[in-house]
Structure formats: C-alpha cells, structure tokens
Design a protein around this ligand. Sequence first.
Ligand code: ADP
Ligand code: MG
Length: 742
Amino acid sequence: MSSTLRFQVVGEAFKKKPLEVPNRADRPSEFFAKYVFNREKMAQYLPKGVYERMCDVMDNDTKLDLQTADAVAEGMKRWAMGLGATHCTHWFQPLTEGTAEKHDGFVVHDGRGGMIEEFTGKELVQQEPDASSFPSGGIRSTFEARGYSAWDPASPVFVIDDTLMIPTVFISYTGEALDYKAPLKKSLKAVDKAATAVARYFYPDVTKVISNLGWEQEYFLVDEGLYAARPDLLMTGRTLMGHDSARNQQMDDHYFGAIPRRVAAFMKDLEIRALELGIPCKTRHNEVAPNQFELAPIFEETNLAVDHNMLMMSLMREVARKHGFRCLLHEKPFAGINGSGKHNNWSLATNTGILLHGPAKTPTGQTAENPNAQLRENLRFVVFIVETLMAVYRHDGLLKGSIISATNAHRLGANEAPPAIISSFLGKQLTNLLTALEQSDDNQLFNLTGKKSLTLDIPQIPELLLDNTDRNRTSPFAFTGNRFEFRAVGSSANCAAAMIVLNTAMAEALTDFRQRVDTLIDGGMDKMKAIVKVVRDDIKTCKPIHFEGNGYSEDWKQEAARRGLDIEQSAPKMFQKYLAPESIEMFGKMGVLSEAELVARTEIKLDTYTKKIQIEARIFGDLCLNHIIPVATRYQSQLIDNVHKVSDIFPSDTARQLNENNLRLIKQISEHSSFITENVSRLIEARRVANRIGDEMEKAVAYHDTVAPLLETIRYHVDKLELIVDDELWPLPKYREMLFIR
Ligand code: ADP
Ligand code: MG
C-alpha cells in the first residue's frame, strides 16, 4: 500500500462522523448506575420482605431460597423490561481472559397459542451452559462435559441494550471451578476470615474484612482503517514488525499532555456508558507512549471491581469502534515504546476502616481509661504491613505466575515497568519504622510503668502517609500510603488471577500469624507483647522481599538471586509455580483451589501460551513471505533496472560511480531477504518440532526457547528493509502513521 493510499485509509476513518457523544447536561450522579439493579432499585421493585432477604444474602453471604429467588426475578424482570430488555444471560469469566454469555429470550408459551414474558428464579439462579467448548484443562475429559453457571448476588445484574446481564460463577458438574470468579470469591472469604481474626486483637467489634481493588487500565488507540491494514495487529493484538518512528516518546510530551479531541470524545462517550453501568470512573489521562491512555475508576470491593474491569474492557473495545478507533489492550502492541499494564491497587478494610492506613493522630477510643489506643493503632498498622510482606515473600514466584502470559512477557523484565523479580517498596518512613522494631528488644520497647501505660517506643508514624510515601516507579509491589500497588498485572489480563493469589497468600500469612500469637498468649504472655514478638520475627524473615532501590538495575538481579528471590524469566516455567508444593498447600489449606483445579489451570495457561506464539509465528511467516519479500524483490528489480539504464547511457567509469549507491542497496536487499527467507524456514521447522511434543510444559518451553526468539531475530531484518524499500511500495502502515492520531 502506498503512503497516499494509507493516508486515505486514515482519512476514511477520520471522516466517519465524530460520533454523537451523548451531550449529557445532567450530572453523573443523576445517571450513575441507571442500568444497574442495585439496592435502590431492589427497594423499589421488590416486596419489603424479599428486599430484606436479599440484603441479608448480599451482606452476610447467606443462601438464597428458591421462593425468594422467584420474587427477585419477577422484580428484576419488571425493571429490565422497563428499560427495553427482552433477553437475559448468565455472564461469566471462563479461563480465556474474556467473558462469555448466552442469551435467552424472556418468552414462553402462554398455553393458548400466544407468548408471554417470563423470567423465573430458577433461570436467575442457575443455568447449564455446555462446558465442553471452554478451556477446562483436562477436567472436562476426566469428569463430565456439563458445567453450570450460578448467580453471584454480590455483583448486581445490569442491562446492556436488550439484555439483562447476570454475573455468575462457572463450574464443572462435579464442582471444579472453570472460571476466575469462583476461586476469587473463595479467596475473598478466606482473607475475610483470617484478617477479621487478626483485626480483632485490636478492635474486638470488627465482624468483617473486605478486600478492595482499584485498577488503573492502560490502553492504546489506533485508527480503525490502519488497524485493518495490519494483519498482525488484527490477528495477534500486536505489531510483529515495524521500524521505530523517528519520533515516539523521547520528548516526554505525551504523558499528561492535552488529550486529542477525537480521543476526548471517545473518553467522554465511554465514561458515560460506564457510569450508567455503575462503574465509578474517576481519572483519565494520556500515558507515556504516543496514542497511549489510562482510565481509572474509584476502588471498589474486589469481586465487584473485577467484574467492572471485565465490563470496562468490552465497553472500551465497543465504544472505540464507534469513534473510528480500535482499542488495543495488548501489553505490548508496539516495540520500542512503553507497553500497557493494569496497576492493581489493593487494600484490606474492616467494616470500620482501612487496615493499611497509617494510625490516626488521636485514635478513636483513646481515653484516660484506655491510653493504649495509640499503641494499638500503631501495632495494627505494622502487623498488616508486615504480614502483606510475608505473603509476598512466601509466594513471590507464584505472584509472578499469576500475572505472566505470552503477551505480558513482552513487558515483564523488559526495560520498563515492571521488573521480572517481585519485591516490595515501602518508602523511607516505613523502612525506618521496621528497622527500629527489628533491632529493638522488649526492654527497650515496653515501658511497663503500671498496668495501663504500655508504651511502644518506635518512631512516629505520620498520620497521612499518602502524602509522604516516596514513589518508586521501578517497584512491582509498592506501598502507596494506604494500599499496595501491584504494577505487574498485564493490561489484557483478568485482574482476578492476581487477586486470587494475593488474597489467598494474605489469608495464609494472617492465619499463621494468629496461630503463633495465640500460642504465646496461651503460654501466659501479654497480648501486645506477643504480637510484637511475632511481628519482629516476621520482619526479619521477610526482609529479602523488601527492596528500596532501582528494580531495573543489573545489580538488583544479582542481589535478588543472592537473597533467594524468584528470578525465573521464562513464562512457561513461571506458570509451573502453581504446582509448587507450597502453592498447592496454601490453596488447599485456605480452601480456594484443589490440586486437580491447579493442575487444570496450569495446563490451560501452558496451552494458551503455546497457541499464542504459534499464531504469531504463522502470521509472521505469512507476512514475511507474502508481503515483505515480494515487495522488497520488486523494489530491488526497479533498482537493477535503473542500474542497467544508467550503464546504457553513461560511459562505464561514470556509470560505475553513479551506480554505486544502488548497487549497495541491491546487495543489502538481497542479504536481508535471504536472511528472512532462510529463517522463516527455520521458524516453520521449529514449530514443527515443537508441535510434535506431547507434554504441554515441554511444548510451551520449546515455543518459548526456539520459536519466540526467531520472531525477534527475523524482525530486525524486516525493519531494516522498511527503511530501504520505497515508501510507495511498502505494504503495511508504519509506526509513524499508526502512533499519532490526527
Ligand atoms: P496513581 O496513577 O498515582 O497510582 P490513580 O489515581 O491513577 O493513581 O489511581 C489510584 C487508584 O487507587 C484508584 O483506582 C483509587 O481509587 C485506588 N485507591 C485509592 N485508595 C485505595 C485503597 N485504600 N485501596 C484500594 N485502592 C485504592
Ligand atoms: Mg498507579
């Protein structure tokens, strides 16, 4: 395609009417959750007794009886039909990273030859979609093909277009999870139980601990026309070839820059749709790379936040097309510039406040009778920080396994956020605090003058750490004032994978902590002293995971290895961490995933990895042989033609001089072309060899070690050809065309 043609493609997309962005005069608070059957709608559409039962189900996880379900379904149907809904679907998250749905109409026979709309409690609560076409990692063949989806009342139903969407878990007929939501909910239950038990040391009236998640979603936009002219983008989500644009992000002018108007219109449209669906959008800005942007809502309870992120990703794709864009959620759509992640801001909160928040200056309950409220708050804070570090320390490899994928591998460990080694950054003040505690002994710490005035002599913890924590952008797991920010999650991933591991690991750390403290208390030790003793031990134990330096530096890689941290770089080997004895034990003890489920999940991860590289290698081979080589040859023939013509009309000495440059180009084209042709054959052969391997793990490793590297090696030569061949002939839109929205 010539550049004129390419420009026309952009022009076409550009001409598409710059959408009717709903020009909402009303305030977001007025249309927020318009399409969500939230408590307010429940109160309006359900009989009072049914509404109260539902609240109990939502708040206390009690079981829903079929009679109540019928009444709820009836109210839901009335509400949804009022918005034009004619269908309903169970909406679930199979292990594909996407969501799945199967729509059923509300209609049933009325027995007199007509139809009526009906939606029963049974349809709301449980359905039986055929599980055989979803990844099951062997669970399907060992057990039954059928699976069922069951309503998750903790995540409200919503209406999109004509369909009532019902968030559900998806499990095999024998009870194994085939999705992300089922184990996520179990991990949230586990962390609730363990954290409540520990929080009660400090606040006896705590009854529930909630895990919060605030995700930040990064993405790219490209013109739809250009996207369509890039088979690699279309089929794999990333460009497999393309020379750097002369200008990309080196001027640092995109981050937080003015948002282009077409993009602003897209964002506005997207936000309105999202707000109407109850997603509390808050922040939007340009990211570091050209055409890269970010969107972040306000944090929510983790289960809901995960659903909202899945919903948001589909909305982004859909709304982008309305605006003549394609939204790229791939972790690395373009080489040479930043990739996209999804920062997961995570915290725990009791029904009364956030557990990772620094202590208040005047803690509640600090009275003359209870002078120890400050001590209690300080200790509560330290315990939850240190036990988070313990969780990450014990399962750093598994955490990496939870976020790695064929696509995120391009980001992880490359020269940008985040490094391929998990460590945690705390900032100066917290570091000082932990060091003081670690080096202290009881006599120093406790000033036991009379029964009531127990004091803990540790450095002052500022009330608002949020403004004081230094930002370390090279840390994959940084404390940011009242939460930890897990930055290694990939932009296309389901956040649940990381949240399952983090919450389960935290549940395990807290359970273990509580047991050790209780043993000391049972042995007669004062409660606060026992807590300090165990925390001090843990500060020492988890020290290797705590790192304040530059996570990208070479020194750190060596230092991390010395500290015994997980430094594995190969994606397939990282998946294996799910099957490490300490992982199986943790998931089993916390009641989140059985060994059979872990085996199945790992198999799916390996299989997905292999298939992704396989597809990339196929497309790449086609592009090289059918697009690049023919065009390079054509241009080379033109040059050869020209050489002959110059030789015809000039004396040989002059001709030799004049032809010098073209001859050099002819030679270069030949060299690059033969390298490409030969290595595409090697690529095909490497695939053939890998495909014959039966073991999923070995096959994925073969794809990682032998197929994937060839893509990079060959690409170098294709990109060189791009610089040589006449722009009029070059068949693919170039980086400089795709990366700057006009
Ligand atoms: P930054 O880019 O500086 O990290 P953003 O404002 O883009 O910050 O995003 C921060 C995210 O963290 C938001 O989703 C916000 O709601 C979330 N967040 C804030 N406090 C908490 C908390 N206590 N627990 C979980 N998430 C939080
Ligand atoms: Mg952030």
